[in-house]
Every structure is written in structure tokens, then in C-alpha cells.
Ligand binder design. Structure first.
Ligand code: IMP
Ligand code: MG
Length: 173
């Protein structure tokens, strides 16, 4: 028996990642891209995404913490690991696993914007309804979902379930 109920299947994720990749190829044609993944949750999405983007690109990572071990955003974002590369004058695409309250992405965007990138956009695999309602701009969205807590495909609950190949809910105990 699976530990979670499937919300978005492996096949559906794969199809959508390819679509987003095609869109990125069109939008950034002729440009060099720097993809910035937010660790650890976005790692799986980012690795699948870069394999379907046929453009010259570089990757980098940031680690931030907004939750600790809780399942609700605290509003306090700590930078645990900053970028290795300078982003001034570059086309930066931030890769996030999920936008919930939007606090994490708003904080990171603000910080990166002050470094003077040529452009700065966001690709999120998942956006929760409450963030969509909060008017936060997300340039590429895999799926809009309800406000329930989800795990898998990089997303965790206290570091568990990141390796599930699909997105699921934890079943009620
Ligand atoms: P926000 O700051 O409320 O938008 O939260 C964003 C971060 O919280 C994401 O990068 C995830 O690491 C984590 N997060 C938010 N919702 C979920 C969820 O449903 N499952 C797992 N992690 C989540
Ligand atoms: Mg997390």
C-alpha cells in the first residue's frame, strides 16, 4: 500500500514538465539562462526540467528555511546557503517546488532583484490556491492545487517522502 494518496501522478508531472520546458525554450530563445533552484524541495523538479530545456544554461542553488519542522510558514526566511554565482546582468529563472503563502518566494525575489539581474522570473511546480489568490506573480506554474499539505517529488514532511515519484496527500490516520 502506498504511504500517500496520489494527487498528481508521475505521468502527469512528466507531461507538464515537458510543456513548461518547451515554454521556457520559446521565451528564452537566443538567451543564456541561469536557473536557481531553492533547496531542497525544488531539486527533483529542476533536474527533470533542465533535461527538457534545449538552451545554453547554468544552474545554481540557494537554501532557505521558512518552516523549520512545522507545516505552516512562519514568515521568517533564513538564508542557509547563498548562490555561488553573481547574477548581475543575467537572465535568472528561480525554480521553486511549491508556493504556499508566497512569503518565501517574495523574500528571495526581493533579495535577488537587488543584485541587478537582466531578468528575473519564477517557475513553480505547484501553487496553492491561497497564493494564487494573494496576487503573487508566478511566471511558470506546473499545477494549481488546494491548500492541503502535500508531499513527494521533492516535497517533504520533516524530510520524509521527498523520493516519492508522484505528489500525494498524507492519508488521515
Ligand atoms: P511559503 O513561504 O508559505 O510560500 O512556503 C514555501 C515553502 O514551504 C516551500 O518551498 C516548501 O518547502 C514549503 N511548503 C509549503 N507548502 C508545502 C506542502 O504542502 N508540502 C511540503 N512543503 C510545503
Ligand atoms: Mg520544505
Amino acid at each position: 500500500m502506498s504511504p500517500t494518496d496520489v494527487l498528481i501522478s508521475e505521468a502527469a508531472i512528466r507531461t507538464r514538465v515537458v510543456e513548461i520546458g518547451r515554454q521556457i525554450e520559446r521565451d528564452y530563445a537566443g538567451q543564456e539562462l541561469l536557473l536557481v533552484g531553492i533547496l531542497k524541495g525544488a531539486a527533483m523538479f529542476m533536474m527533470d526540467l533542465i533535461r527538457v530545456v534545449d538552451l545554453p544554461l547554468a544552474i545554481d542553488f540557494m537554501a532557505v528555511s521558512s518552516y523549520g519542522a512545522a507545516t505552516e510558514s512562519s514568515g521568517v526566511v533564513r538564508i542557509l546557503k547563498d548562490l555561488d554565482s553573481a547574477i548581475g546582468g543575467r537572465h535568472v529563472l528561480l525554480i521553486e517546488d511549491i508556493v504556499d503563502s508566497g512569503l518565501t518566494i517574495a523574500y528571495v525575489l526581493d533579495m535577488l532583484r537587488r543584485r541587478g539581474p537582466a531578468s528575473l522570473k519564477v517557475a513553480a511546480l505547484l501553487v496553492k490556491e491561497r497564493a494564487a489568490g494573494a496576487g503573487l506573480r508566478t511566471d511558470y506554474v506546473g499545477f494549481t492545487i488546494g491548500n492541503e499539505f502535500v508531499v513527494g517529488y521533492g516535497l517533504d514532511l520533516n524530510e520524509h517522502y521527498r523520493n516519492l515519484p508522484y505528489i500525494g496527500f498524507l492519508p488521515a490516520p
